[in-house]
Write a protein that binds this ligand. Structure first.
Ligand code: DUC
Ligand code: ZN
Ligand code: ZN
Length: 466
């Protein structure tokens, strides 16, 4: 007996979009075809008029991760609610590594923090130094199912910037064991220099955040990392590409045949830096790298369409207003003294990704429905070593699915989203094409705006790149 037949939907399969029915049994997709020949099921789900996509994978989130003295309002269960209601069935977060830490130990710590998740979860290993001990652990990271690494070329003062020569050591060791380096690419010298200058000049308003971290800083660090990858012969994953400078380096390297993989995030496609000029609300948009210009938005959409950028993640790193402004001083009248350096960096996106991409991507013709499915699910599954268990609707794959009603419309706001905070960077945004049912490994975890999953029902994603 099957658990479900999902009937009558337009299904994004590996072979294209077609109308087919889907049989689900024992957490897996059992078969595709006409319902009449699939067999008996406990429940029939009517998907007529809906799109059926592979469950979204968000390979870049920061949940309950200490950063700039803040941790955000979410734990892995409340994050699962926002995720499930946004059509997301798997996430990958990061270890919280500091110098001197064993990364293997940090993987175990992170896994246990993630245990109450109701969606499936993986861990990227954050590497902040290349001591003999850490290099010796890379083989173990691969064995532990965490073969994807993140290094930072900035955040020196927070202790996570890795020295250049250590980057080379990590790359070479990663190559040996089947791990893949990834990078947060922003030049530290430029931003620290700007911070110093702005401090001296009393320029501390929100907009100096984006002015301190200009596109050239990202372009420079991206180009450097690509040269390092060429030198060491490694693949390289570039997290959150935001600007034309960085994208150009990526395209050039790809055209030369180098395996450089680019990711961008929802906010870099849809928002521009001017939102940070608002005196009262600009701080909400402080994230790193910062928001850019309309021309950058356009270039990123083109990069996605052409396949130079293969993933749209959320980089969800959410704080409410109170936490974001928690380190600001007040003047004698009780007003905040603006200082961009004291604002925790990060924005939301976990829940909004599908509806905003449906609206701004598929709805405008910038990308096709198949491309949306690739950049949010199939490509992350392939790139991060989970395919074909995840990222595809075909027999034998996990029954991770999202039903999208292309006609359903809504308005994004703190009220309609499920982060439990009182503001949204997408406040008032009209969206069309909403998730109406999310299934994770054969269990309906969200339906018609209700979250249905129990804590701890998510599973660790033991990933392998080979
Ligand atoms: N950038 C952010 O905006 N938040 C989390 C970490 C990062 O690098
Ligand atoms: Zn980053
Ligand atoms: Zn991030």
């Amino acid at each position: 007996m099957l658990d479900y037949i999902i009937k009558g939907g337009m299904v994004v399969t590996a072979g294209g979009v077609c109308q087919t029915d889907i049989a689900v049994a024992k957490e897996k997709i059992a078969a595709l075809g006409e319902a009449s020949v699939l067999g008996e099921a406990v429940e029939i789900i009517d998907a007529s008029g809906k799109y059926v996509l592979p469950g979204l994978i968000d390979p870049h989130v920061h949940i309950a991760a200490p950063f700039m003295g803040c941790t955000g309002p979410l734990d892995f269960y409340s994050a699962s609610k926002a995720a499930a209601l946004g059509g997301v069935t798997s996430i990958i977060d990061f270890t919280n590594t500091q110098p001197g830490d064993s990364v293997l130990q940090k993987i175990e710590e992170r896994k246990s923090e993630m245990r109450n998740a109701a969606i499936d979860y993986g861990v990227h290993a954050k590497i902040v130094e290349a001591t003999e001990e850490i290099l010796g652990e890379i083989k173990g990271m691969v064995k532990a199912g965490c073969p994807t690494l993140k290094m930072f070329t900035t955040y020196r003062k927070a202790g996570v910037m890795i020295p250049d020569e250590d980057i080379l050591r990590v790359m070479l060791e990663a190559k040996k064991w089947g791990a893949r380096p990834g990078v947060h690419a922003e030049d530290n010298a430029i931003s620290e220099y700007n911070d110093e200058q702005f401090e001296k000049q009393g320029k501390t308003d929100w907009k100096y955040h984006y002015l301190s971290k200009p596109p050239v800083a990202e372009g420079l660090a991206t180009a450097k990392m690509i040269y390092y990858a060429k030198f060491t012969g490694t693949e390289l994953y570039i997290f959150h590409v935001t600007c034309r400078e960085a994208l150009k380096s990526i395209i050039d390297a790809q055209e030369e045949g180098y395996p450089i993989i680019g990711e961008t995030c929802l906010h870099y496609l849809n928002l521009t830096k001017e939102v940070m000029d608002d005196y009262n609300t600009g701080f909400r948009y402080i994230c790193s790298p910062p928001l850019r210009d309309k021309e950058d938005n356009k270039a990123l959409w083109e990069g996605l369409k052409k396949g130079n950028l293969r993933v749209v993640s959320s980089d969800n790193c959410l704080y409410d207003d109170k936490e974001k402004t928690g380190f600001l001083k007040k003047d004698t009248s009780g007003n905040y003294i603006h200082d961009y350096k004291k604002i925790a960096n990060g924005v939301s996106g976990l829940e909004e990704r599908l509806s905003v991409l449906m609206t701004e991507g598929v709805g405008t013709g910038r990308i096709s429905l198949e491309q949306l499915s690739e950049i949010t699910s199939t490509n992350p599954a392939k790139i991060f070593g989970m395919y074909p268990k995840k990222g595809v609707i075909q027999p034998g794959s996990d029954a991770d699915l999202v039903l999208v009603d292309p006609e359903a419309a809504g308005i994004l706001s703190a009220e309609t989203l499920h982060y439990g905070i009182d503001s949204s960077i997408y406040e008032g945004k009209k969206v069309k094409g909403l998730p109406v049912l999310t299934m994770r490994r054969g269990e309906i975890i969200a339906k018609d705006g209700k979250f249905l999953a129990k804590p701890g029902t998510g599973e660790f994603l033991h990933r392998s790149l080979r």
